[in-house]
Design a protein around this ligand. Sequence first.
Ligand code: SF4
Length: 333
Amino acid sequence: MPWRETKDPYLVWISEIMLQQTRVNQALPFFNRFIAEFPDVFSLSKAKEDRVLRLWQGLGYYSRARNLHFTAKHLVRSFGGSLPENYQEIIALKGIGDYTASAILSISFNKPHPVIDGNVERVLSRYGGISDPVNSPEGKKKIRLLAEKFLDRLDPGTYNQAIMEFGSLQCVPSSPDCRICPLNESCFAFRKEKVDLLPVKLRKVPVKTRYLDFFFISDSKKVMIEKRVKNDIWKNLYQLPMIESAAQLSITRLRRDAAFVKMMGSSDMKLEKLFEMSHPLTHQLLHIRVFSTNPESRRDALFVDRKWVKIDQFDKYAFPKPLEIFFNMLKRG
Ligand code: SF4
């Protein structure tokens, strides 16, 4: 992994942001492409946001890319293009939380800050016998105390990377092979037969279900797209014109829906379903459908803030994953 062979704060920063919520194998090609185009903070700061999002397309959690871009510009403006070396300044940067700050400070600057991610929480809760939920204030406090206690202050970067690897390779979430674990003699969970009971977690936020209907409106070789500007998932990515409903609507009801009539100017239009999928996000489950339609008259309201783009120019724009899957399906015919 290229980011394991470097102490360059910029590369460590990019890799740690990419690895949040994303598996190593999935992140690797994105990291290589991103770094090839933006090898340093200066090139990233000069980039257009559309291009940054385009390179991020498929990784999800797009606020990570928007924050990286914002912070790169801020670093060039206020820090001469360097990442600060102290905790207070680095944690104040947009998109950098305790985990990323500690990773950069320990790996790049050899500062004694323990990283605490899901892997580390699991190892410490089992090894140290912490039965408070790891996502409760009390549990977090105890995990941090243990993390500080065990941290190798002479080589915190190697220690932090090692404990995260240990959690992902050895002390895995279900049925770790404790018999071969070098820590088993002193591990609380192993000695007390509580490996499967730790860590404890409070129940997650309930998942919200959303129904998004997109409309594929084409005019010869061009397709109508719009930019998502609201503070919501996929902010600043592009999409086909879309309406959201509180429930899955039949085609007849969709045609009569007020938002649909407002957008298209009519409820008589033909709608043909081209694509359908469910797309789970961390706290949301999206039901996606794409319909082809052709408004008979060119309505001004439909053209406001939207544009026609040739389908072979789509690779200049970042689209949400479900639409990318739909476009790939169209290309394959
Ligand atoms: S003995 Fe088992 S539970 Fe304890 S640290 Fe090793 S792998 Fe994890």
